[in-house]
Design a protein around this ligand. Structure first.
Ligand SMILES: Nc1ncnc2c1ncn2[C@@H]1O[C@H](COP(=O)(O)OP(=O)(O)OP(=O)(O)O)[C@@H](O)[C@H]1O
Length: 524
């Protein structure tokens, strides 16, 4: 049986994508299959299958592999261009255990040397970092420019999911902004009381951004006061930031929810807002507060899990204002009783519940369950609000413009179609994060987001602005990358055609694509 047919079609795509040369050699020492990288390194045409391997490589070691049934490492020479390659030959067995052929994996020695050099650089850096750690109490990590985490100190993993996302975003920001960013974030239970200070510093290597180093300092009691002030300031800002008019409602389901909310705002009964994560429950609660008679009093955000820990003497619901209570856990009977008492005896408080889960009568005291069921407002998932997409995207881009001054104003129709078809488990919040990630990566001057931005996560537009925010080399690289990308696109990603058009060898084109992190299409 042919070995190429044993390695089924589904593996073919994967083999094509691998950054090393791969060839399948049959028992007669003929090439049955060569992936894109192998063809490129050996300068083979597409129809080279079944050509004897000895015509391509000087004295291949297949004989030894077949005799010894063991893998052989070697440095070989390519006949056509005398290039050296670093090869590994492995015997390939059928399911019955008989030898079917040989798998040859290889890498150009030139590329290998480059990697070794980079690795050595990193090794040196690693030892410096380890040394500096002995004298530093911060937890820290190093993220490379391609977003891979290269070094992480021991306690770093104690970050919760939300903090991790935030810290990841800060790393990306620092890399793109090429400057140090300092941010303090809210505490997580694992770290004890206090605050976290996150410092994200870009790392430079030979004048180019190589990545980012992030430190986390745990500031405990001494920072609490400052933290409190900042939190109050933030809360005040947030309190004033949601009006009913801020809520985008072009879809029928959202229009209904908004009308219902306006109605409920004039009443003083408790309300329940149901909706998946990120559908805008808190935003809606704030908008209701803003329209209600409690608008001049504070808006409090309380979680059920916090109520559970509260002693009755300091039950957190007692001040005049609106309480948005996020139902993140079940409530024990005694806390339910206290809550019910507050709701019935304190007319100066307004309660809005928010939940992502269904409410089951068995979990609740009858009276409380009745209240929870009475005035319910349901926020639809983003997927059910296709009419809201376009206005939401415009509003998010506008908000991102204020935040980053990138001036990205729109997305093209293809991107819109893709976003509409995608699943959004995190709803509007996820849409915001997705757009923020893309906007952060595109270069200044990009006005419309295209599929290239979406798929690659990197910018492919030609810089049009005159702002000098890059070194000359970076600007040249950016131009080269954009130019190659347009040429590839124009030729439906056919590498040979593109290389011919650009006047470079296919090999050189692949090298550039690797350098600029461009996808290798399967139709090379
Ligand atoms: N209709 C809308 N118009 C404008 N912005 C919206 C809309 N819906 C949601 N958003 C935005 O989506 C983000 C998430 O909203 P919010 O935090 O209120 O969601 P949530 O349902 O309370 O989330 P969670 O369940 O995680 O607490 C906010 O930034 C909010 O501004």
């Amino acid at each position: 049986m042919k070995i190429a047919s044993i390695i089924s079609m589904k593996h073919d795509h994967m083999l094509q994508q691998l950054p090393v040369g791969i060839m399948l050699i049959n028992k007669e020492d003929c090439i049955e299959f060569a992936n894109a990288m192998a063809r490129e390194i050996c300068e083979l045409d597409d129809d080279n299958e079944l050509r004897p391997l000895s015509e391509v490589i000087d004295h291949p070691a297949t004989i030894n592999v077949k005799q010894l049934h063991q893998h052989v490492d070697s440095i070989d020479t390519i006949k056509s261009n005398q290039q050296k390659i670093l090869s590994v030959y492995r015997p390939f067995f059928s399911e019955q255990g008989t030898l079917t052929g040989v798998i040859l994996m290889f890498e150009s020695l030139q590329i290998f040397d480059k990697q070794v050099l980079e690795f050595t650089d990193k090794k040196m850096l690693e030892s410096i970092i380890k040394e500096s750690m002995k004298h530093h109490h911060s937890d820290f990590r190093v993220v490379m420019a391609d977003n891979t985490e290269w070094f992480v100190s021991q306690n770093w993993n104690q970050l919760n999911e939300k903090q991790t996302q935030r810290v990841d975003l800060l790393a990306t920001k620092a890399i793109h902004a090429r400057r140090e960013i300092l941010e303090r974030v809210q505490i997580s239970a694992n770290w004890g009381a206090g605050s976290l200070e996150i410092i994200s510093k870009p790392l430079w290597n030979h004048g180019k951004i190589a990545g980012c180093m992030q430190f986390i300092n745990k500031n405990r009691e001494q920072d609490t006061e400052e933290e409190l002030k900042m939190a109050q300031h933030l809360i005040r800002k947030l309190e004033s930031s949601y009006r009913m008019s801020d809520i985008i409602a072009a879809s029928p389901a959202m229009k209904i929810a908004k009308e219902q909310a306006k109605l409920y705002a004039n009443m003083d009964t408790p309300i329940m807002i149901k909706g998946e994560v990120g559908t805008g429950k808190q935003m809606m609660a704030r908008a209701i507060h803003d329209l209600s008679e409690w608008r001049d009093y504070p808006f409090y955000y309380v979680r059920f899990s916090e109520l559970q820990n509260a002693l009755s003497s300091q039950f957190p619901i007692n001040q005049k204002g609106t309480y948005y209570i996020y139902m993140d856990s079940k409530l024990p009977q005694d806390i339910q009783e206290q809550l019910l008492e507050k709701m019935t005896k304190l007319p100066h408080i307004r309660i809005i519940f928010g939940t992502v889960k269904a409410i089951h009568s068995t979990d609740w005291m009858d009276d409380l369950y009745d209240i929870l069921q009475r005035y319910v407002l349901v926020l639809p998932n983003l997927k059910e609000r296709s009419e809201d997409f376009q206005p939401l995207i415009s509003s998010i881009l506008n908000m991102l413009d204020q935040k980053y001054q990138k001036k990205v104003a729109a997305i093209d129709d293809q991107v819109l179609a893709r976003l509409l078809n995608q699943d959004w488990p995190g709803n509007v919040m996820q849409l915001e994060q997705t757009l923020e990630n893309i906007v952060l990566r595109v270069s200044f001057g990009t006005e419309v987001l295209t599929m290239a931005h979406l798929e690659e996560g990197v910018d492919s537009s030609v810089e049009t602005g005159t702002t000098v925010d890059k070194s000359l080399q970076e600007a040249i690289d950016q131009f080269e990358k954009d130019y190659i990308f347009s040429a590839l696109k124009q030729n439906q990603f056919n590498k040979s055609k593109t290389a011919r058009e650009l006047g470079v060898s296919v090999r050189n084109l692949y090298y550039k694509m690797e350098k600029y992190n461009m996808e290798r299409g399967a139709n090379s």
